[in-house]
Design a protein around this ligand. Structure first.
Ligand code: AMP
Ligand code: ZN
Length: 143
């Protein structure tokens, strides 16, 4: 996978390097996790690769297993510690999607049936043709 990239201006790289304190909950050779300082619900954690990759698009596929394992163990522990009834895993990519820190990260958010949070509102396709045509465009871009 090559040397782990680091960005000296990045707040999350500084947290991994110990230059900025954090409430760490998990660490492996490649992945780090700590509590979000402004939690959606108490126990909200951030799971991040130790390497500085800005968004999902830059994440090496080889990190996939490590990230999934971390999301599972951190998610489980967060749910238990917060006595939560549910769990959201979320990732913001680019400013338009609400990404403030440009070091790829996954939000691990404990949820409760009565926490009052609602996720995204839903829109409607004007027709099945519109929906199928968009699906075809996406399929062709993946090929
Ligand atoms: P995002 O909007 O997806 O980029 O999320 C960035 C998250 O990082 C926000 O939820 C912030 O509350 C969190 N955050 C920023 N600085 C720190 C910090 N020093 N320690 C813990 N969490 C932080
Ligand atoms: Zn970074």
């Amino acid at each position: 996978m090559g040397a782990t990239p680091r960005n000296t201006d990045c707040i999350f790289c500084k947290i991994i390097g110990g230059e900025i304190p954090c409430s760490k909950v998990f660490e492996s050779e490649t992945v780090f996790a700590f509590l979000d300082i402004a939690p959606v619900n108490l126990g909200h954690a951030l799971v991040i690769p130790k390497g500085h990759y800005p968004q999902l698009g830059e994440l090496p596929i080889a990190l996939g297993n490590d990230l999934l394992e971390a999301l599972k163990v951190v998610g489980n522990a967060v749910m238990q510690a917060a006595k939560a009834e549910g769990l959201n895993i979320g990732m913001n990519n680019f400013e338009a999607a609400g990404q403030l820190v440009m070091h790829a990260h996954f939000h691990v958010i404990p949820r409760f049936a009565d926490d009052g949070l609602t996720l995204w509102p839903s829109k409607k396709y004007t027709s099945m043709d519109e929906m199928n045509s968009l699906a075809e465009t996406i399929r062709n871009l993946i090929k």
